[in-house]
Design a protein around this ligand. Structure first.
Ligand SMILES: [Zn+2]
Length: 104
């Protein structure tokens, strides 16, 4: 199965508008947003999904999710935090959606 995160995004083959980045985690604006405001937070090394994520990586990802969600709440008045699993997961690389507003 192709992995857009490892093969494209983290390989530097696509440009994204970054919200935050450190050595382990990247947060950026979704390239094809499904909500009025739609950010994505992902670990910079391969992790299959939330349920296979080690505790250290999960803590660093959630720290960034927390910061982005806090910023959304400040900017827009609210946020929802979503991660998909199993039949709902469209990419085989762990990522968390931080969204505001209606589906577009
Ligand atoms: Zn990957």
């Amino acid at each position: 199965m192709s992995d857009w995160y490892c093969d494209e995004l983290l390989a530097g083959r696509v440009e994204v508008e970054r919200l935050f980045e450190d050595e382990g985690v990247l947060a950026y604006w979704h390239t094809r947003p499904a909500y009025e405001r739609h950010a994505v937070v992902t670990p910079k090394h391969h992790v299959d999904s939330l349920v296979s994520c080690d505790a250290g990586t999960l803590a660093s990802v959630l720290e960034v999710v927390k910061a982005v969600a806090a910023q959304f709440t400040l900017w827009y008045g609210g946020a929802r935090v979503i991660t998909n699993l199993g039949m709902y997961q469209d990419e085989p690389h762990f990522h968390v959606h931080v969204v505001f507003g209606e589906r577009t």
